[in-house]
Ligand binder design. Structure first.
Ligand SMILES: [Zn+2]
Length: 220
């Protein structure tokens, strides 16, 4: 028997279920709807719920606790264990996958550090890909806006969310190629996707990867 993690009651007339990015089952129900009806509805949708949960939990994303010590942070698809220690600056142990953070204001310093690295890495990848795609762009900016991984303006200024740094390299490549393809096509037409698939043949997989991991947007 699957139990809901959250029941949200409102003036709605029908029952609805969803699985959030962390694999939690959310039920939306009318104000006076009895638990029996809710549980019957869940039983009916069990197969779908289990598939959704597996998809979300397979992403292995969970939110950092208040004290960051021990939290495993995804960076370019690799999991680094955070250790709070007597260090002044952030130190990465790439071999053993540790990330050493100062005891004082670790979260602020970490987010700043992620943003700096995101800017440096995304700029380099964008330059490299632009050359391969034989196109140019105006600038690369890293933003904190939630909800989109990247965007390309009418004058080819490219923006990326710093949270894209949590994704594996191949997924970063896909987003970069996607935005650069917008320098040639300002839409999502067949011509646009044709351009993307020249460089990322399995772009559908990469796009689905991001779609199933909206939880990455919530880490910091
Ligand atoms: Zn697009």
């Amino acid at each position: 028997m699957i139990r809901p993690d959250e029941i949200i009651r409102s003036n709605r007339k029908t029952l609805a279920i969803s699985v959030d990015p962390f694999g939690r089952l959310i039920v939306r129900a009318p104000k006076r709807c009895g638990e029996e009806r809710i549980f019957a509805f869940i039983r009916e949708k069990e197969g779908w719920i289990l598939r959704q949960k597996a998809k979300m939990q397979g992403a292995g994303i969970y939110l950092p606790p208040e004290n960051l010590n021990g939290y495993e942070l995804l960076l370019l698809g690799k999991k680094y264990k955070i250790i709070l220690t007597d260090t002044k600056r952030i130190v990465v142990d790439d071999e053993n996958l540790y990330l050493f953070l100062p005891q004082e204001k670790p979260k602020e310093k970490l987010v700043k550090w992620i943003k700096e690295n995101a800017k440096r890495i995304f700029t380099a990848v964008t330059k490299r890909m632009a050359e391969r795609m034989q196109t140019t762009f105006k600038s690369v900016t890293v933003t904190s806006a939630k909800g989109r991984w990247g965007s390309c303006s009418f004058n080819n200024a490219i923006h990326y969310s710093f949270r894209l740094l949590y994704a594996p390299k191949e997924v970063v490549d896909y987003v970069v190629v996607h935005e650069l393809a917008h320098t040639k096509h300002k839409n999502h037409s067949a011509l646009f996707w044709n351009e993307v698939s020249k460089f990322i043949p399995d772009w559908k997989e990469k796009r689905a990867w991001l779609k199933n991991r909206g939880a990455l947007m919530e880490i910091f």
